[in-house]
Write a protein that binds this ligand. Structure first.
Ligand SMILES: N[C@@H]1[C@@H](O)[C@H](O)[C@@H](COP(=O)(O)O)O[C@@H]1O
Length: 251
């Protein structure tokens, strides 16, 4: 018997239109709920496609305001100081938070420099619960199918946990560290519960190197070996692709 599959909302856009589409979705969210909890992502895509720059531009133009919004990031590298040039906190400060003028609440990011990582995971779960989870989550897609830093595995924890980073990811980070040994081997990441409880998800994936994973994740079987495949079960996930990333999925 042929298996029937769930269809996700997938949009294929010219690369130069991605930033406007994402900013429009964000603006709708903030208009609908000014007190939104906004989940952010790191990685190269938000920078390459000017996603955060467009939010900063719209804020400066008075088109959007973040004064009641709360920002949260789902993951952080373990074992480096929070102000390390490669920490996700530094990335967010540099590319978004430090450039916003209407930000009132301190953004929440797991502390990967904590000496008690289990306590930090518990603390972060409490932060999520206190905020009532995320209203609108921006995401990227790892080449190995990860979302946040939920790596492929035989099982995926529900709660925030310390994940072992895939060796495939290491070359992505290594140019920024003095030696291979200094590249973090772990991260703190939200678990599947916080992903599935996010009320809206917007995932951006581009480029032909993501095409195989896009097809597996969004049109293949749901499996813990492809964490992004769980988004097929999410009621409000929008997947934004360019033509190259969409080239192996039948729409
Ligand atoms: N931890 C982040 C992920 O949350 C993100 O999805 C990924 C996407 O990266 P890129 O946009 O560079 O493809 O980057 C990092 O690994």
């Amino acid at each position: 018997m042929q298996e029937r599959r769930i269809r996700l909302k997938i949009e294929v856009l010219p690369p130069e239109e991605i930033k406007n589409r994402v900013a429009d979705l964000l603006s709708e969210q903030i208009k609908r709920k000014p007190t939104s909890v906004l989940g952010m992502t790191t990685g190269s895509s938000p920078i390459k496609y000017g996603i955060y720059q467009e939010w900063i531009r719209r804020e400066q133009a008075g088109e959007i305001s973040f004064h009641e919004a709360k920002f949260i990031n789902p993951d952080e590298l373990v074992g480096i100081p929070v102000d390390h040039p490669e920490s996700y906190r530094t990335y967010m400060q540099e590319h978004l938070f430090g450039q916003l003028q209407t930000l009132r609440y301190e953004p929440q990011i797991p502390d990967g420099s904590s000496r008690d990582l289990m306590a930090e995971c518990l603390r972060f779960d409490q932060v999520l619960a206190d905020l009532g989870y995320v209203d609108w989550q921006l995401m990227g897609l790892g080449l190995n199918g990860h979302i946040a830093f939920i790596e492929p595995s035989n099982h995926i924890p529900a709660k925030t946990y310390v994940s072992q980073l895939f060796v495939e990811n290491r070359p992505v980070h290594s140019p920024h560290f003095r030696s291979e040994d200094e590249v973090p081997k772990q991260s703190i990441t939200i678990g599947l519960e916080a992903v599935m409880k996010a009320r809206n998800i917007v995932l951006v994936a581009t480029g032909d190197n993501k095409a195989d994973m896009v097809a597996k994740a969004f049109a293949g079987p749901i499996t813990t070996n492809v964490p992004a495949s769980f988004l097929q079960l999410h009621a409000n996930a929008t997947i934004i692709l360019d033509a190259a990333a969409a080239s192996k999925i039948s729409l």
